[in-house]
Design a binder for this molecule. Structure first.
Ligand SMILES: [Zn+2]
Ligand SMILES: [Zn+2]
Ligand SMILES: [Zn+2]
Length: 255
């Protein structure tokens, strides 16, 4: 299995429009961050987690010409707004999008034309399948376990992280329930949202994300959903076994 980070930025992306801070003006290409998303590939199957604003640019950059399924973490715009570009993958058969019930309900309400069989042929044609929390499921032959976590005080916004064998991806998180920690046992590589050094109400800071990774027992931790307060190289200097993910980073030979 192979994972590619399509984007690793928080909702603003980096550079932030109009910002002249050291990170937004950095010459390190790793400090350019599209909105957060990953691509998971295994034996010819391809799944993306989230379709943010730069979804089209991300897929062009990675030369993606087919996609089997989409998993959504939650319905915030920075994770969802590229959804219309799924239309290129849904002309012959509907693309299935997976998430928890409230996220799918939001998507079906706000993009109702994508679920209307009689709609204009050029529209995306999607079907929604709800995933039960912590229940292992095979999607395009890839084993997936949905991980319900919490996103600040947004109790109306249930959010799924996802485990794929020994790799797990959790973003926009401030609380991981005990039963999810149990379901994360055996994860060796964790990609987890770490926004910045200072605490934040809706996202783990680096230390909170690191502590979660250590509790899981992950050998390597990658921070993602990062804001413009910290450069990639500074993040890499914070811990011996945790690193900044960056756009285009590939993790190969995951089991
Ligand atoms: Zn987000
Ligand atoms: Zn900036
Ligand atoms: Zn969010």
């Amino acid at each position: 299995m192979r994972v590619t980070f399509l984007g690793t930025g928080t909702s603003h992306g980096i550079p932030v429009i109009g910002c002249h801070c050291p990170v937004c003006t950095s010459t390190d290409s790793r400090d350019k961050r599209y909105r957060s998303s990953i691509l998971v590939e295994d034996r010819g199957s391809r799944i993306v987690v989230d379709t943010g604003y730069e979804f089209r640019l991300q897929l062009l950059r990675e030369n993606i010409d087919h996609l089997d399924a989409v998993l959504y973490t939650h319905s915030h715009a920075d994770h969802l707004s590229g959804i219309d570009d799924l239309r290129v993958f849904s002309q012959k058969k509907n693309m299935t999008v997976y998430s928890n019930g409230p996220t799918l309900k939001y998507i079906e309400t706000h993009y109702s034309y994508a679920f209307d069989e009689s709609s204009y042929p050029g529209n995306p044609h999607l079907c929604a399948v709800e995933l039960a929390p912590l229940e292992s499921v095979s999607i395009a032959g890839i084993n997936v376990i949905p991980l319900p976590v919490e996103h600040g005080r947004m109790t109306h916004m249930p959010i799924y992280g996802y485990r794929f064998s020994s790799f797990a991806y959790i973003t926009d998180c401030t609380y991981i329930p005990d039963e999810v920690f149990d379901a994360l046992k055996g994860v060796r590589i964790l990609a987890i949202g770490g926004l910045r050094k200072r605490p934040h109400g809706a996202h783990f800071c680096f230390q909170e994300a690191y502590d979660a990774g250590k509790r899981i027992g992950a050998e390597t931790i990658y921070f993602t959903h990062i804001n413009h307060e910290t450069s990639c190289s500074e993040i890499d200097s914070l811990y011996p076994d945790a690193f900044s993910a960056y756009d285009g980073l590939r993790l190969e030979n995951l089991e």
